[in-house]
Design a protein around this ligand. Structure first.
Ligand code: AMP
Length: 416
């Protein structure tokens, strides 16, 4: 099946071909027809499968067919996403695919002034993409009406639950018409997600993409045993070994993100970080630089990088192992997007072996091991250009950063 064969508005087909999409991905093949028919959909799809276009294409078509021009009569489709980055990214997919239609999309999220958002809403928006926090603020102020919503999309629902948005989602339902189409997307499934899904959808078409192998087949992933204090040497080696590659490095905490950035700085490797302590405008400019390739190394925490789609990430490095296998799937899913090949490597220290075991159990199969001989291990450590730092200075640096972070947290708490 090709996109030309679909009964969708020509303008959307033009955008699809401009994007270079030749044929629908699995999730698009399965989800587009029922969405066009107006049915509810419950989709369990792994990351990077093309799921945004799987709902954006039929939604744009349905609204374009129905739209009464020149009358701003309220939001018709509401897309809820867990993070700013994901919301902005979904908005950009709607904008690109909807370029030759009359449908307008708009993204609202916190961390920026709300007045321009209210102004835009008053002018009329067809598709609203929102993170839960700012949306509830605007709804409770009466600045956002949701009575005309015909289609509700919940994207990355599992992540919304992780972030504690369940109450917000349930509260929101009171503001939405009962008669609506609901599309529910989640990368993973468990009892809690099932309960949420079944409370929102009616007679949904269920779609599941590769449930047995949550890591896409085009991703080569492996793990290397590296001690905690040596990880930076291995990262330095890997980056220098792949000088032109776009590499996304995952760490466990914001403090560690900054620490890894500093360690790379000392060996003249430019990098940047993304995490929730950074200002929204800085996060956006960092993402822009990474997207364009101007920035090659991005160090991220799980929350900030979930769901984001960056073209051509050739390597994902789990500098720290993630806490759960779901996070593992999401992290490695940042590479190998839409049939491109990708590589992911995890650095696993002795303390993290237990985590690795759990991740493998949940994946249902072992992750390939990279065997490093003692000689190779030592020469990687010695390869480092970071000769000025011995473990004592590093420990001191780490302690200082921890104290700084704790102070900041305390200050924040006091402010509240
Ligand atoms: P998503 O899972 O929505 O984040 O999409 C992952 C990537 O797949 C994005 O970079 C899309 O531009 C790309 N993509 C989506 N649909 C297709 C398609 N039919 N053919 C090729 N690439 C696609």
């Amino acid at each position: 099946m090709k996109f030309e064969d679909y009964r969708i508005t020509e303008g959307i087909k033009t955008s699809i071909s401009k994007l270079g999409y030749k044929k629908p991905t699995d999730i698009q093949f399965k989800a587009i027809p029922p969405i066009l028919r107006g049915e509810d959909v419950l989709a369990i799809a792994q990351t990077g499968t093309g799921k945004t276009a799987a709902f954006a294409i039929p939604i744009l078509h349905v609204l374009q067919e129905r739209k009464i021009t020149g009358r701003p009569d309220g939001v018709k489709c509401l897309v809820m996403a867990p993070t700013h980055e994901l919301a902005l990214q979904i908005d950009s997919v709607f904008k690109v695919l909807g370029k030759h239609t009359r449908i307008t999309s708009f993204c609202i999220h916190g961390g920026v002034d709300q007045d321009p958002q209210i102004e835009q809403l008053n002018e009329g928006v067809d598709v609203l993409i929102a993170t839960p926090g700012r949306m509830f603020d605007l709804v409770s102020q009466g600045a956002l009406q949701l009575r005309r919503v015909e289609i509700l999309v919940l994207d990355e629902a599992d992540h919304m639950l992780d972030l504690g948005f369940i109450k917000d989602i349930n509260d929101l339902m009171r503001h939405l018409p009962r008669k609506r189409q609901t599309l529910f997307f989640s990368a993973t499934i468990n009892e809690k997600i099932k309960n949420l899904a079944y409370s929102l959808v009616t007679n949904a078409i269920r779609i599941q993409i590769s449930p047995k192998d949550p890591v896409a087949k085009n991703i080569e992933h492996a793990v290397a045993n590296v001690e905690m204090d040596d990880k930076r040497f291995f990262l330095e080696y890997l980056i220098k070994d792949h000088p032109d590659k776009k590499i996304l490095v995952f760490v466990r905490t914001k403090v560690r993100a900054e620490r890894v950035k500093k360690a790379l700085e000392r060996v003249d490797i430019p990098s940047d970080t993304i995490h929730s302590d950074k200002l929204q405008k800085d996060r956006e400019s960092t993402m822009k630089a990474f997207r364009s390739g101007e920035l090659k190394i991005l160090i991220a925490t799980d929350v900030s990088a979930r769901g984001i789609d960056i073209p051509d990430v050739e390597y994902v490095v789990n500098y720290d192992l993630p806490e759960t296998s779901e996070h593992y799937v999401h992290r490695v899913g940042r590479t190998g997007r839409a049939n491109k090949s990708g590589q992911a490597v995890s650095f696993c220290s002795a303390e993290e072996q237990e985590l690795l075991k759990e991740i493998e159990e949940n994946l249902g199969k072992p992750i390939k091991r990279i065997e490093i001989s003692k000689n190779d291990y030592n020469s990687t450590v010695n390869f480092s250009e970071d000769k000025t730092h011995n473990w004592k200075t590093l420990m001191k640096e780490a302690e200082e950063e921890d104290i700084k972070h704790k102070k900041k947290k305390k200050k924040k708490k006091l402010k509240k």
